[in-house]
Design a protein. Structure first.
Length: 320
């Protein structure tokens, strides 16, 4: 069975919002090498929503948003959260992904269907955008108010006019991740490999691994990618070739990564978070019920991971 990211998300949404839908394998997860780390005491979790808290993002060191059963906002570096006006949805499955450029301008989407909702006044009002041709959106990113990208189960879509028109630029591929340095240099994780472009038009595909759920580049040649089975890959030639570096399994699948440089960062998985230092893996969060999902770090001292149970996991580096 191909156990893809959006399928995983749909199943968990069913579990928590429809109470009774599950299609998960019964084999026990394979944990990473682990030790009891001092860093674990720097992580805490808070119940911030009655529904899930899937995707979290900050636009500065104070102001952040997360989506799940609605749109929530923090103005104090994630210490407290308030539910703000949210778009009217065609069903009760909530929101799955968000991307904000600043406190006023942002987009949210369900992760099911082809609808995106846009605000330019901090959520006071929302405008519905249809990504024509997209099947079940799995990621959304905007470079500015005009140029944006949507991953979907049938490819990568792009708009250059604020979402009025969309073009399918990578066809017939299950797109699960996206990372851009600018509007011409970006990478997309798809079924069977990773696509890259340096001019925004012509793509080179590297066949490697399985579905990649997160990609991050530090410049135009050095990057990392994590696939669904927890294999961490690295490249030093812009993604023309990839080498497996680690296997970091946190439950049945890995979900996201955030690195501060090529050697130091974090990987999130279904049941926890691991800190990576070189090739050393240290488990810093374990929660077998939370279904951890998207990760965001404001800086090395402040980080967040969303979950399917409404818990928001927060990292604050202790003061010296």
């Amino acid at each position: 069975m191909t156990f893809c990211r959006s399928f995983f998300l749909h199943c968990v949404l069913c579990i928590f919002l429809l109470a009774g839908c599950s299609d998960k394998d019964t084999d026990p997860p394979t944990p990473p090498d682990e030790e009891k780390p001092p860093a674990a005491s720097s992580w805490s979790s808070t119940k911030v929503s009655d529904g899930p808290a899937w995707d979290v993002q900050f636009v500065d060191n104070k102001t952040g948003f997360f989506v799940g059963s609605g749109v929530y906002k923090s103005a104090d570096t994630g210490k407290t959260w308030t539910k703000i006006n949210s778009p009217q949805l065609p069903n009760n499955l909530g929101l799955s992904y968000c991307h904000f450029l600043d406190e006023s301008t942002g987009w949210v989407t369900q992760g099911r269907g082809n609808l995106v909702y846009f605000t330019d006044n901090g959520g006071q009002s929302w405008h519905q955008i249809t990504v024509s041709g997209a099947i079940n959106i799995t990621q959304i990113r905007f470079m500015n108010k005009e140029t944006g990208f949507v991953c979907a189960e049938n490819g990568l879509f792009r708009t250059k006019d604020a979402g009025y028109n969309w073009e399918l630029i990578i066809e017939d591929r299950y797109c699960t991740s996206f990372f851009a340095l600018d509007d011409k240099t970006f990478w997309a994780g798809v079924s069977g490999g990773i696509f890259r472009t340096t001019d925004g038009e012509n793509f080179t595909k590297t066949t490697v691994g399985t579905l990649f759920f997160a990609i991050q580049f530090f410049d135009n040649i050095h990057g990392l990618a994590i696939n669904r089975t927890g294999e961490l890959y690295q490249t030093s030639d812009g993604g023309l070739s990839w080498q497996q570096r680690l296997n970091v399994m946190l439950g049945q699948q890995a979900t996201d990564l955030h690195f501060f440089d090529k050697d130091n960062g974090y990987i999130a998985g279904e049941i926890g978070v691991a800190k990576i230092t070189g090739n050393k893996i240290v488990r810093v969060v374990t929660d077998h019920e939370a279904y951890l999902f998207e990760m965001f770090f404001i800086d090395p001292q402040h980080g967040f991971v969303g979950s399917g149970t409404g818990k928001l996991f927060r990292y604050v580096e202790p003061k010296q």
